[in-house]
Design a protein around this ligand. Structure first.
Ligand code: ZN
Length: 133
């Protein structure tokens, strides 16, 4: 893993959360992006080497909405950047990690992404991501 690329935070109201985080981080969101396949709208803040990714549901059956219904708003996942996501997924599988995505899929912010199941990481949803060329 290269670095913490971003921390994903599930929010109910994207506008309100953007205002709150703009104050907290003293910087404004640099982009919003809808990921249709995930039923999510994201908003990104750059903070040093890393980013904060706010996640709000765009439909009632969105995984983000299910998360909020179950656990409330808060940290949803931690994303680590890798150079070669396919190789990293093979490695993780060999090491016994349970993969939610066996193959990378398209994520927000020009990334290929895959998730590792929280059951194999002590309760933390882990995303690994690679910048698309
Ligand atoms: Zn993410």
């Amino acid at each position: 893993m290269q670095k913490i690329e971003h921390i994903g935070i599930a929010v109910n109201n994207l506008e309100e959360a953007e205002k709150r985080f703009a104050q907290l981080l003293n910087t404004v969101s640099y982009k919003r992006e809808v990921v249709e396949s995930e039923g999510v709208i994201t908003s990104f803040f750059k903070i040093g080497e890393s980013k904060i990714e706010l996640l709000a549901a765009t439909k009632p059956d969105s995984p983000i909405q299910k998360f909020i219904d179950k656990k409330g708003e808060g940290i949803h996942h931690i994303a680590f950047e890798v150079f070669d996501i396919e190789q990293k997924l093979r490695e993780l599988k060999t090491q016994g990690f349970r993969l939610i995505n066996e193959k990378p899929k398209d994520g927000a912010d020009n990334k290929k992404i895959a998730f590792i199941h929280p059951k194999s990481t002590g309760g933390i949803l882990v995303e690994i991501c690679q910048e698309k060329k």
